[in-house]
Write a protein of this length. Structure first.
Length: 77
């Protein structure tokens, strides 16, 4: 059964894996270390001033989907 929930810091390694798979699919051959990538994901989602939020779809112990979002103020009203 798939559960959908807000991402937590414990999901960071699984989120990183999904993001790396997406980068590879779109042709990005640059591979950051897992340590560097995890630090970036953690800072952007759970740092002092998070720049975005995420929800994850979990099946058992696997994160199988991710949706991330951020609030952007419109340039013009």
């Amino acid at each position: 059964m798939v559960a959908i929930m807000p991402a937590t810091p414990t999901h960071v390694p699984l989120i990183l894996r999904l993001l790396q798979e997406m980068d590879t699919y779109y042709g990005d051959i640059r591979i950051d270390s897992d340590e560097s990538g995890s630090a970036q994901v953690s800072e952007h989602l759970f740092g002092g001033t998070p720049s975005s939020q995420a929800i994850v779809a979990i099946d058992g112990n696997d994160v199988i989907g991710l949706a991330s979002f951020s609030f952007v103020w419109p340039a013009q009203p």
